[in-house]
Design a protein around this ligand. Structure first.
Ligand code: NAP
Length: 247
């Protein structure tokens, strides 16, 4: 449908899961896509998608925690196209620990990637977006950041922070023409979710009223909507993509 024709888009954490599905959907909608990876080689995947969808899909290697690397990546986009229309803050990590077992290292790791990484990327991206007085930023929060979940105090706090960042940034940046929204996925079939183990997955399945896990592509569909002009009057929203889950 070419919903994102000619839009310059950056997706963080695009080596697999929801990020990879988003890069594919963006390319299929005609976007010019920068796919970020912190290490996994995605050159071949980008070449393949470029030729399949006849649109530039470029790999950008950096760690979202590293402000210097992220700044250089943004400079590269500025040099290539002079603008950034869409940023998807998807990169994230999940580590679970019960209360009483939470280490400072886990707190630091989760907040550095899931919270500081998102703040860094918003600060860098909005400089480019402000110059064109338009842009759409989509942050990936989580249902557990809104509802909480036993064993996930730190992860849910980091994702709750992403929801708060979204609300504040949307209010601050709308005067610059920049919309900021978030997606709060439920249980999505990716490596991250699979890492909890088959037994836990089985027990969680009965809590999803739609009767199955979500797919990364179903989250990517919602991201495409928030990236496109079909959502041009929407900002500051947290959109659940969860098949009606009971937490
Ligand atoms: N799956 C779910 O059920 C679910 C539910 C709610 C929210 N989410 C959120 O959705 C997002 C994507 O999750 P997913 O399920 O697709 O996870 P995933 O399969 O584990 O993929 C995570 C991606 O983030 C990348 N990444 C991690 N730390 C990074 C860093 N510092 N810099 C750059 N990239 C980094 C990973 O790169 P490597 O390949 O190098 O590790 C990978 O590409 C995350 O923010 C997650 O918290 C997921």
């Amino acid at each position: 449908m070419n919903l994102l024709q000619e839009k310059v888009c950056l997706v963080t954490g695009a080596s697999r899961g929801i990020g990879l599905a988003t890069v594919k959907k963006f390319a299929s909608e005609g976007a010019i896509v920068y796919a970020n990876s912190r290490g996994t080689n995605i050159d071949e995947m980008c070449t393949h998608l470029s030729s399949e969808y006849q649109t530039p899909v470029k790999a950008l290697y950096f760690d979202v925690k590293n402000e210097y690397e992220a700044r250089n990546a943004m400079l590269q986009i500025k040099k290539d196209f002079g603008r950034l229309d869409v940023l998807v803050n998807n990169a994230g990590i999940m580590k679970d620990a019960l209360i009483g077992m939470i280490s400072t290292t886990v707190m630091q790791e989760l907040f550095e990637t899931n919270v500081f990484g998102v703040i860094n990327m918003i600060q860098l991206a909005c400089k480019l977006m402000k110059s064109k007085k338009s842009g759409s930023i989509i942050n990936i929060s989580s249902i557990v950041g809104i509802e909480g979940n036993p064993g996930q105090m730190v992860y849910s706090a980091s994702k709750g922070a992403v929801a708060a960042i979204t609300k504040t940034a949307s209010k601050e940046l709308i005067s610059e023409g920049i919309r900021v929204n978030a997606i709060a996925p439920g249980m999505i079939d990716t490596d991250m979710f699979r890492s909890i183990g088959e037994d836990k997955i089985k027990s969680y399945l009965k809590d999803i009223r739609i009767g199955r896990l979500g797919t990364p592509e179903e989250v990517a569909d919602a991201i495409v909507f928030l990236a496109s002009d079909y959502s041009k009057y929407i900002t500051g929203e947290i959109l659940g993509v969860n098949g009606s889950v009971k937490l």
